[in-house]
Design a protein around this ligand. Structure first.
Ligand SMILES: C[S@@+](CC[C@H](N)C(=O)[O-])C[C@H]1O[C@@H](n2cnc3c(N)ncnc32)[C@H](O)[C@@H]1O
Length: 299
């Protein structure tokens, strides 16, 4: 089903299922003696959502051996590079004295529970109401304890989330570390610009942001379709091509750069190399300078 202006979802449907998909990747990358990640809550969260394909993935019952990008090892390395990038971002930002973090589109991300946050750090998680409610309830049922002062903001990011964030206690007078992981392509182009405008308006000097770098003007227009077809062959029922907004949009790097943020881009290739992995030999693995990871700091 394609997107509409006010669409909603839980973790088993529409955009919500993509949060379960990435959590399933974190869960498989956390398995075994040579695990690349340590996200102990990803597995039980994915099982609690109950989507058959992802449970089979966790149990090693899905065959993905012949796809250079979607085989188990390649998927584990991809999610490891991504997860460590955002983990390191928060560890460095809060280590340098930023006491407030906002995880936009938090999905089944468990950073509030598993990162070594300095004492007193407040971590806000924003996502759609059913997503927030499910994760909070399931983790509480599993006995998981937040490792920071976790505050949830259950709202659509196309609505007035800044007001909801302030109502939850957010202090715009203090520097903030923001993340938008796996979010931007799910927002229409103008909603992405508005998101950054809102972030800027709420950011005291010294605030930082981390997100994926995707310059869609320099990425082949059929990439989402190709990715959908490839993942379908491997059992996925998620139609990314329908869930993404793939048309032209401002790149986050240019948009933030023009508004006083000092932007740093790490290409996908460099991010893989930094973690000792080799980029898969596949035209969807990376788009050269047009894909990677972005951090920006407000002077
Ligand atoms: C691919 S998942 C990423 C989740 C999480 N950041 C991670 O990397 O595990 C996309 C997430 O974006 C959230 N999302 C997308 N559009 C949203 C919107 N308009 N309002 C609130 N949440 C949204 C979804 O609910 C989902 O949790």
């Amino acid at each position: 089903m394609s997107r509409t202006e006010n669409d909603t979802w839980d973790l088993a449907s529409s955009v919500g299922a993509t949060a379960t998909a990435v959590a399933a990747s974190r869960a498989t990358a956390s398995q075994g003696p040579d695990a690349l990640l340590n996200d102990p809550w990803a597995d039980p969260l994915v099982r609690a959502v109950g989507i058959d394909t992802f449970i089979k993935l966790l149990d090693g019952e899905l065959q993905r051996a012949d796809d250079p990008l979607l085989n188990r090892q390649a998927m584990n390395e991809q999610i490891t590079v991504r997860t460590r990038f955002f983990d390191d971002f928060f560890i460095q930002a809060t280590g340098s004295g930023i006491g407030q973090a906002v995880i936009l589109a938090s999905g089944l991300d468990t950073r509030a529970y598993r990162l070594p946050w300095p004492a007193g750090t407040v971590v806000y998680e924003i996502d759609q109401p059913q997503v927030i409610e499910f994760k909070t309830r399931t983790l509480a049922g599993l006995g998981a304890e937040p490792a920071a002062r976790r505050r949830t903001v259950a709202i659509d990011l196309r609505d007035d989330w800044p007001a909801a964030l302030r109502a939850a206690g957010f202090d715009a007078g203090r520097p903030t570390a923001w993340s938008a992981e796996g979010l931007l392509v799910y927002l229409p182009p103008e909603a992405q610009d508005r998101l950054f405008d809102n972030i800027a308006a709420l950011s005291a000097p010294g605030s930082r942001i981390a997100t994926e770098h995707m310059d869609l003007r320099n990425i082949p227009s059929d990439w989402a379709q190709k990715l959908t077809e490839r993942s379908r062959r491997l059992g996925s029922t998620i139609n990314l091509a329908e869930l993404f907004y793939t048309g032209d949009r401002n790149s986050a790097a240019e948009y933030l750069g023009a508004r006083g943020w000092r932007v740093d881009i790490q290409t996908t290739e460099r991010a893989y190399a930094e973690h000792g992995f080799q980029l898969p030999d596949d035209d969807l693995a990376s788009f050269g300078d047009a894909s990677g990871y972005l951090t920006a700091t407000l002077a």
